[in-house]
Design a protein around this ligand. Structure first.
Ligand SMILES: Cc1cc2nc3c(=O)[nH]c(=O)nc-3n(C[C@H](O)[C@H](O)[C@H](O)COP(=O)(O)OP(=O)(O)OC[C@H]3O[C@@H](n4cnc5c(N)ncnc54)[C@H](O)[C@@H]3O)c2cc1C
Length: 433
């Protein structure tokens, strides 16, 4: 059932642009925020979640289950078109992350919640297990370090294996030692999002697609969100003033805009400078294995982690398709409005295959020439740059920026899919009061 708020919102956004009552003009341009003095129609609402990726959807569902009235604003024409549909679809165990970090805590908790949810709601998934492999003796101390870290993070069932034992499990594999993680698995992310959305909707949540949050401003203790139809942005010339068609005044805002979350926070006029972290982007490309009817592996196979990622690994999807990736390519950012429209460069350059063959053959030497085909790419929202090591998720509430009811989610890279339900639980329990 749609609430009054929602019906009104839709009516306003569905109206032709020139029939919406916008009184003052804004001096905003492509890189600055929309003005707080713009007088557009205002609407008070309970909770707004910005972004219908897996994290935003999980947050919306959790808030709705707690009885909140939730509106999800999504710039694309449907859910999950950002990073949530451009990843490895792996349910991570929680091995890699520094103990007590948000990544470690949410990954372990999120995995438990995710498996339980998938079982109870018939979301396709499989706990196929994973082997992290050392292909040279120099990698063995690092592999031992990963095992200790995993144990410290509360990952159960981890077992170090000699190469021969791992190769008995996986005859195509070559390695000196392997760390077996039985808790790792794969999930159909699209089905997961669909299921979470269904539940959110049946608890009153509304998803408003083709609707973009273009900025906001602070007034008293409230944040005012500036909303525009995404169509209006498409035809925008990039120079003339950008006006909100509607202003929403929510009690709670969760900025879950993924790659765009920092760019959007920077457009919240009045938010203290310095709370929005510097962002970097690292593209990860995938190649698929062609001409192979029977997958060469039954488990996920991961090499040792590399700078910026966890290595060009073997992932299987639930249809048995084998893919390799993602690699790490640091790329330049794009301007804020283009990022809201998801105009990132997701192309996979066929030339990158050369390095893939090299990397993969370290643990899968019989990979045939010509068997890799360009697949797809995803982009990691990074809070660190090249050679800077990994930085934790940032879940930023009033204690950091001083704005009641505003939660910014920054740097939700891997294991964000695995962690999604734990992040949602955290926000609903701790930050939405
Ligand atoms: C290559 C790669 C591999 C990965 N593999 C794994 C893995 O195997 N396992 C794992 O656990 N995690 C993995 N991850 C991480 C995981 O995919 C992400 O953490 C997760 O999908 C993030 O979801 P999200 O909802 O935060 O962001 P997104 O899915 O990007 O959603 C953000 C949404 O916000 C919308 N939006 C943006 N700006 C605006 C605006 N101004 N107004 C309205 N809407 C807006 C976008 O259109 C988008 O739909 C991987 C990531 C990458 C890049």
């Amino acid at each position: 059932m749609k609430s009054t708020t929602t019906t009104t919102l839709f009516r306003r956004l569905m109206m032709p642009r020139n029939s919406t009552k916008i009184i003052a003009s804004s001096s905003s341009n492509r890189c600055s925020s929309t003005s707080g003095s713009v007088e557009s129609p205002k609407e008070r609402v309970d909770c707004v979640v910005i972004g219908a990726g897996v994290v935003g959807i999980a947050v919306a569902r959790e808030l709705a289950l707690k009885g909140r009235e939730v509106l999800v604003i999504e710039s694309a024409s449907t859910f999950g078109t950002g990073t949530s549909s451009r990843n490895s679809e792996v349910i991570h165990a929680g091995i890699y992350y520094p103990p007590k970090s948000l990544k470690a805590v949410f990954c372990v908790r999120g995995r438990e919640l995710l498996y339980k949810y998938c079982k109870e709601h018939d979301v396709p998934h499989k706990q196929i297990g994973k082997l992290i492999v050392a292909t040279g003796s120099s990698e063995i101390p690092k592999l031992n370090g990963l095992m200790n870290r995993g144990i410290e993070n509360g990952v159960t069932g981890l077992r170090m294996m000699d190469g021969y034992e791992a190769m008995r499990m996986e005859p195509e594999l070559r390695c000196m030692k392997a760390l077996f993680s039985p808790a790792s698995g794969i999930v159909d992310t699209h089905s997961l999002m669909l299921s979470l959305m269904g539940e959110a909707e049946s608890h009153g949540t509304t998803f408003s697609y083709n609707t973009t949050v273009i900025g906001g401003h602070l007034e008293g203790n409230n944040i005012y969100l500036h909303i525009s139809g995404s169509k209006a942005l498409e035809s925008w010339d990039g120079r003339s003033p950008l006006h909100p068609e509607l202003i929403l005044v929510p009690k709670l805002v969760v900025n879950s805009a993924g790659l765009s979350a920092p760019a959007l926070a920077k457009r919240f006029n009045g938010l203290i400078t310095g709370v929005v972290p510097v962002y970097n982007y690292a593209r990860g490309c995938y190649f698929t294995l062609s001409n192979t009817k029977i997958p060469p592996f039954k488990h996920l196979i991961y090499p040792m982690p590399e700078d910026g990622g966890i290595g060009v690994h073997v992932t299987l999807d639930l249809n048995g398709q084998v893919k390799f990736g993602p690699d790490v390519e640091w790329i330049a950012g794009i301007d804020d409005i283009s990022s809201f429209q998801n105009k990132f460069d997701y192309s996979v350059c066929a030339d990158r295959a050369k390095r893939f063959y090299q990397e993969i053959r370290k643990y899968y030497p019989s990979l045939k020439d010509g068997s890799l085909e360009p697949g797809y790419a995803g982009i990691r929202p990074k809070l660190s740059g090249p050679k800077q090591g990994s930085v934790d998720f940032v879940i930023q509430g009033e204690e950091t920026h001083g704005v009641p009811g505003l939660v910014n989610l920054f740097g939700i890279e891997s294991p964000g899919l695995t962690s999604s339900m734990a992040i949602a639980e955290h926000i609903a329990d701790r930050l939405s009061k």
